[in-house]
Design a binder for this molecule. Structure first.
Ligand SMILES: Nc1ncnc2c1ncn2[C@@H]1O[C@H](COP(=O)(O)OP(=O)(O)OP(=O)(O)O)[C@@H](O)[C@H]1O
Ligand SMILES: [Mg+2]
Length: 103
């Protein structure tokens, strides 16, 4: 499972880029968070947390690198706050409609 935390304004580009190569299934969540810079200071105002979008994608092991590459390419601006990618194993997945063990 890839948890990708990206800039909200980059979400569409990321999702479209993934779909272009066949990654259609995903879950999208609006989240707030902070990274190493502990939020952002603009003038005299400090914001502890910034809005981000988290994409949850469970893909086959052999597709992880490709999916990460697309997300990185599409979410990149080069500035602080471009986002994070976390990858973790999933024990099993089931499709409710069919009862099948499947992504
Ligand atoms: N270690 C972490 N654990 C959980 N969530 C994190 C972690 N680091 C960052 N995030 C989430 O990712 C979002 C984007 O983080 P961000 O891109 O600022 O990471 P960073 O490590 O500070 O990198 P950069 O130096 O490029 O800003 C944060 O707002 C937060 O939601
Ligand atoms: Mg940061």
């Amino acid at each position: 499972m890839i948890r990708a935390i990206v800039r909200p304004e980059k979400t569409e580009e990321v999702v479209d880029g993934l779909a272009e190569v066949g990654f259609f299934s995903l879950t999208k969540l609006n989240v707030v968070g902070r990274g190493k810079q502990k939020g952002i200071t603009i003038g005299t105002a400090h914001y502890d947390e910034l809005p981000k979008v988290m994409l949850l994608m469970v893909v086959e092991d052999e597709s992880v690198e490709q999916a990460l590459g697309i997300i990185t390419e599409k979410a990149f601006t080069g500035n602080f706050g471009d986002g994070k990618l976390f990858v973790s194993p999933v024990e099993s997945a089931y499709t409710i409609r069919t009862g099948e063990k499947a992504l």
